[in-house]
Write a new protein. Sequence first.
Lengths: 366, 273
Amino acid sequence: MEEILGEALANPLNSCISFKGTREGLHISLGEGAWQDLLKELAVQLDRPGVQSFFRGARVLLETGNRAIGVSELEELIGMLAERQMTLSTVLDDPEAQNVLAKMQASAEGQAVPSAAPQAAASEAPPAAAASEASPPAATEGPAAAPSEGAPAAATEGAAADSTASATKSSAESGSAAGAEHTPGSSPPSEPTPAADPSAAAGATPEDQVPGPGADKETKTTALPPPPEYLPMEHPRNVTPPVSFDDSESKNDSSPALIFRRSVRSGQTLKHKGTIVILGDVHPGAVVIAEGDVFVWGRLRGLVHAGAAGNNSATVSALTLAPTQLRIGTHIARAPDQRTQHTSPAEIARVRGNQIVLEPWNGGRI
Amino acid sequence: MSARVITITSGKGGVGKTTTTANLGVALARRGYHVACVDADIGLRNLDVVLGLENRIVYDLVDVVEGRARLRQALVRDKRLPELQLLPAAQTRDKNAVNEKQMMRAVNEKQMMRLCDDLRQQTDFILIDSPAGIEQGFKNAIAPADQVLIVTTPEMSAVRDADRIIGLLQAAEKAPPQLILNRLRPSMVKRGDMLDTPDVLEILAIDLIGIVPEDEAIISATNNGMPVAFDGRTSSGKAFVRLAQRLLGERVPIPPLDESPRFVDRFAKLLRR
């Protein structure tokens, strides 16, 4: 259970296929090897216990690794992913295959689903890229964009999305459920979030920014299984009302929480695939990496990365939250040079809009 | 007699491990205890220099470990203080044996344990001066330890290294170490230019066993091979004596920080007359 690992956690997904959770979805890049071998290998990787349920419903961004993919090969892959309830959303480095894929998607859904293009643009950006981060798929669900190499369209939509309230982002980032966390208990599901409304420009319709109904609509109009926008890394709070109580997806939290009953000291690294709870301090120079949330009943002074697989809805909480560096999903923040006095009993860090914000804990759920 | 083995370590170099070892050794020996100081810093020995015993070394730790000398032959007795003995480190061999051949010959934890077991029979205290770093030399030094003292200075880098060491000791399932805060400058602390004791303790979260103020006397003492604990009149000498008393289980409070009443106070006294 306790794993203080000397250096890096050995990548369990070795081989020529690498997986990376990003805000756009599951990033799979293929290495050397024959196509059939790769497919087999991929299937093996995806069917590993825990992984399978973990990735269910994920969108896949494929990096082909300088390989031209034919239509049949593409279909094969889509079929294989579909068996695992995953959808191929984008082929990143093969424009032709991407075109084919876009056509397939268009014909399958009757209506153009343009999420591909902006994602392609976004994937070029470094993980922690700030303002120019392309719009998340939920915001581009509108009718305007076509499934072309539409970088400009993506950019403007991205801007529109950025200018709207953070509701856009948070709904996009963690699927339908995350919206609940953003406005805890405030707005009933049927009502568009007021904050998101006024500046919602051409591409992004207000509906899309309201998690509940938007997600519902999508479900009805698409033939494919309803794709949650991002990796369904589930957290208990993601099933908070008002969105829905349907927590079928939240059952697939592959790893139980790790409870670590002492301090993590300089030079020590604590890694875990799920949520980490530390009963002790995290000293400067220590590293804590969790794919879920991080809770520290003590002082957090080291480096912490929550949602390390790309889950931007993860949170970091500590009695004293003063990390040297704080990473959540794809975001990075460092401690301010001037340390402020902590007055609240505890603090929570989470991604709001496009940055990590620290909030005092005022009771209630995290 | 079965000695208590105390290892003095720090992670970072130059924070005063050797000085602390020498002075604790002197202070304990002056109380009548038989003390053996072991220099585990093979290749960079200097405990002998600090103790002023350099010119009397015939055999060293590696000779003993490799069977070229008996322990009795290698131990250097301090003429000024017969209770104090030194087991010097070898000067010639590298503490990080690089290739396998060297590895075979380098000292390992087992040998160190055996050595200390032999030493235990004839002393009350074994003080092991650990090398800086976290490599084999460090492992050798902590392997036989019953108690570990961590020396740090009020600098972020030293404190960070100390924290690392504490973590390694935890991993090695040693009893929680105690902290010696060395080279503290009360005037700088007062100005807020130096980490204060609570700051350091907050980071390291271990027990403090002593504070040693920065003292010029240390430098001349080292150069003369006459540790400050010998006469115990300097501020640092007093601090080391108190530290030794605490090691013996006596309840000696850590005095409040104060630059020893020097110029300003004396001047004030003059004025008051």
